[in-house]
Design a protein around this ligand. Structure first.
Ligand SMILES: [Cu+2]
Length: 184
């Protein structure tokens, strides 16, 4: 099972569990209104919130380690790519980019199976930096923000040509804002 399928299954199971709990308490509160059954609503409320807290804690414990913020933190990237976004293009370079004169390196080629790092910034407005594989699936992404450098670390498992697309509406020609790089 892939990671996203696992997260989806986890979400569905917990959603059903939470819906079931709500339904149970809905039924038991109706009984109380009818004058039957519930002897101690405070105790039921305590049970409900304890169960809710347990579910939330389990979800946090399962999902937090999968947070992209912890990916490759202890590793040194084998290659660093500098990225400057500007209406309406991306400049990619293997060395630091001069904001006054952004120039792309000929072609970016990254190794498969090794962590690489993108240092992403913007020279004008906010842009998105989304990396898509050959099946047009979003692989990873970060924001390109003026005044900030966002470091995005990733390990590409599949060789091929990847597309970079802007993921944030940045102006009239936003949808034409793209570039490519290869992974070998
Ligand atoms: Cu855009």
């Amino acid at each position: 099972m892939k990671a996203h399928e696992f997260v989806l299954a986890l979400f569905l199971v917990s959603a059903i569990a939470i819906a079931g709990l709500f339904y149970y308490f809905f039924l038991s509160s109706r009984q109380a209104a009818d004058g039957g059954g519930v002897s101690n609503p405070t105790k039921k409320r305590f049970f409900f919130f304890t169960a809710l807290a347990v579910v939330m804690i389990i979800l946090l414990l399962v999902t937090i380690p999968k947070s992209p913020y912890f990916l490759f933190t202890g590793e040194n990237p084998s290659k660093v790519v500098y990225v400057a976004a500007k209406q309406y293009s991306f400049t990619l370079s293997s060395s630091a980019i001069d904001p006054q004169n952004p120039v792309s390196t000929e072609a970016i080629e990254l190794p498969a199976g090794q962590p690489v790092e993108f240092r992403v910034t913007s020279l004008d407005v906010n842009h998105g930096f989304g990396i898509y594989n050959e099946r047009a699936e979003l692989v990873t992404q970060t924001q390109a923000m003026p005044g900030y450098v966002n470091r995005l670390r990733w390990e590409f498992t599949e060789p091929g040509t990847y597309n970079i697309l802007c993921l944030e509406f940045c102006g009239a020609a936003h949808s034409f804002m793209r570039t490519t790089f290869t992974v070998k």
